[in-house]
Design a protein around this ligand. Structure first.
Ligand SMILES: NC(=O)C1=CN([C@@H]2O[C@H](COP(=O)(O)OP(=O)(O)OC[C@H]3O[C@@H](n4cnc5c(N)ncnc54)[C@H](OP(=O)(O)O)[C@@H]3O)[C@@H](O)[C@H]2O)C=CC1
Ligand SMILES: Cc1cn([C@H]2C[C@H](O)[C@@H](COP(=O)(O)OP(=O)(O)O[C@H]3O[C@@H](C)C(=O)[C@@H](O)[C@H]3O)O2)c(=O)[nH]c1=O
Length: 290
């Protein structure tokens, strides 16, 4: 039986993998979060792995508060970069394939066409910078790795833009949302399915050698304003969404104006079909409200 360790499993993505895991009787999952396995300790990781014969680690742990990271750079770096180095070291020492999740915020936003995996990263803020350092730590330390950059994750769990919009949509009559940041929302449930598919593909192919970096988001392109409008329409909230510019929204971190990811590589190598972002909002809202 293929054994998979999930770190940071109480977050959005980890919880979605857990929800899906029951359908895969050929895979044995070990779900951990910081209380059971703090990935900032290499000793803790090495001890955890002892005698378990883990073949894959999926790292869902991260420091994801983009604004707070601006004032807590050390804390963000500890989890997003240093702890990732620990995981990569332990994975390499134990011949484990490390699947690590990164972000569209590694890009500056200067593009006007979707970013490919080989384009230069140039993060705008601390979160993106520490996530990119984490990527580089994986590349330099663990040959058998898959880095998946994704964007604008949402789910019924944890904190995310969709849940914020549902809450504010009930509390307010109108809301300003930025329309000059363009990207693609990603339903964490879809990303979780893609990750399991990737593991199964690698597992079936003893000659697999396409390790490296991949992009995954839902299909399509939108602004946060478009995303918010679609959320309000789907949830039938009466709150009016007004289009504003980034400079009119007070926050600590700069975000890229354009961070759409080109997904050709992941679709081609792993034969993955990706749903359009607009088609997934209803599914998520139903799970929240039912
Ligand atoms: N959320 C988004 O919009 C996006 C996320 N990503 C990336 O996707 C991945 C998953 O994100 P998401 O599910 O939203 O993240 P969440 O913030 O929902 O979950 C992260 C989890 O990691 C845990 N954690 C924090 N520190 C440690 C530690 N030292 N050891 C073990 N676990 C720890 C957190 O625990 P606690 O809550 O107690 O701190 C939390 O449960 C991350 O790598 C993120 O950078 C990429 C693009 C978009
Ligand atoms: C709540 C709110 C946000 N905004 C803006 C602020 C920001 O520019 C944009 C998104 O806001 P949020 O702070 O919810 O999202 P943010 O934390 O920037 O989301 C990011 O999280 C990290 C973890 C990632 O990796 C990214 O892919 C991305 O998903 O919307 C408004 O314009 N109006 C609002 O009422």
């Amino acid at each position: 039986m293929t054994k998979i360790l999930i770190t940071g499993s109480k977050g959005q993505l980890g919880t979605e993998i857990k929800e899906l895991s029951a359908k895969f009787s050929n895979l044995q999952f070990f779900f951990t979060d910081i209380e059971e396995l703090d990935i900032s300790s290499l000793d803790a990781i090495s001890n955890y792995l002892k005698d378990k014969q883990i073949s894959y680690i999926v790292n869902c742990a991260a420091y994801t508060n983009v604004d707070q990271a601006e004032e807590n750079e050390d804390a963000a770096r500890l989890i997003n970069a240093d702890a990732v180095k620990n995981l990569a070291t332990a994975a390499s020492q134990n011949n484990i394939t490390l699947i690590h999740i990164s972000t569209d915020y590694v890009f500056s936003g200067d593009n006007s066409t979707p970013y490919t995996e080989d384009q230069k990263a140039k993060p705008m803020g601390v979160y993106g910078r520490t996530k990119f350092e984490g990527e580089e730590n994986v590349r330099s330390t663990c040959k058998k790795h898959i880095i998946i950059r994704t964007s604008w994750l949402y789910s019924p769990f944890g904190k995310n833009f969709l849940k914020t919009m549902l809450r504010l949509g009930k509390e307010k009559d109108s809301l300003g949302v930025v329309s000059d940041q363009i990207g693609t929302p990603t339903y964490a449930h879809d990303l979780a399915s893609a990750i399991i598919r990737i593991i199964e593909s690698i597992d079936k192919n003893s000659k697999f050698n396409d390790f490296g970096t991949y992009h995954y988001s839902n299909e399509g392109v939108c602004s946060w304003y478009d995303f918010a409008t679609e959320i309000q329409n789907t949830s039938k909230n009466k709150c009016k969404i007004n289009s504003i510019e980034s400079m009119d929204f007070q926050c600590l971190a700069k975000r890229p104006h354009y961070s759409v990811l080109n997904k050709s590589k992941i679709k081609h190598i792993f034969t993955i079909e990706i749903p359009h972002w607009r088609s997934r909002i209803e599914h998520c809202i139903k799970r929240i409200t039912e």
